[in-house]
Design a protein around this ligand. Sequence first.
Ligand code: GDD
Length: 313
Amino acid sequence: MKALITGVNGFVGRHLEQFLLSNDYEVWGSSRSDLDVEENWLNRIQLDFNNVDKLTSVINDLKPDYVFHLAAQSSVKKSWDNIELTLNSNVINSAKLFEAIMRSEIVGNCKVLSVGSSEEYGILPQESMPIKEESNLNPINPYGISKVSQYMLTKLYAKLGLQIVHVRPFNHIGPGQDLGFVVSDFSNQIAKIEANKINPIMNVGNLSAKRDFLDVRDIIRAYVDIISSGISGEVYNICSSKPVAISDLLDTLVSLSSQNIEVKIDPKLLRVVDIPQYVGDNSKIRRLISWQPNISLEETLRDTLDYWRRKGN
Ligand code: GDD
């Protein structure tokens, strides 16, 4: 089987590539920069999202069985700073990719996975928890709006004959994730304390919120099963369905270190709007595929902390 991953160099793309390679897929990845294409020994191609004809000819040459469309502007914060870039990357580029596959010779033989986000649901009342796929879409930032638009495109292209499914992953965590996400922010500080680079005081934000966390390695296993078994035009939540309080997550991380660590709430890390509880319902994918999360929260936290210890900054 041949797979093309757009956005292969991101946090999720790198894990997906490793998983597919270790399962004997031929993997190609699209990258934004020329440098990656030239220097990386792995199969890399460039996709020119400005030109549907060129995209179609790359697809015709490569003939992937699966296209995992991960390329995106995926930061909520950046989506406020640069709305145009966010809509271009997530909506226009997705439309062009779907159109190029539609026009290609392999349209009947290629399956596409469109990666959306739990941000598509936005703010929902407590009684809507856990969130099902048919819940209202009420995005509250340009990123969420771009992912709802991408979802609408998948429905349209499915009607036109493209074999495409859309997924809505909830909070991803794991080794390799950038700073700016709670587990990386906490682990990075613990690793710095252990290396005597900062005083043994952790600055944290809101600890009372609850989120639905999954290890990125469990998420990408779901992607691989959903792309092959999903029903075209359908949308699937990918989540644990178990709410975890940020305070519990912090306690576990601190307990994985032998240091005496003081925790301080930093008002600068508190958000103007912070959804108190965000948890998804995963019954739809569990009816579709025999998937369940394999990696416990403690194992993920341990691996992420080890990643930051090794990174050493
Ligand atoms: N980032 C961060 N850093 N969050 C903190 C911290 C901290 O030091 N301390 C407490 N928190 C709290 C946040 O206020 C929030 O309630 C919770 O931890 C989770 O924060 P994030 O990890 O930043 O994730 P998020 O829930 O805001 O959503 C992000 O992940 C989603 C799923 O992957 C967003 O990037 C969404 O776009 C994405 O869908």
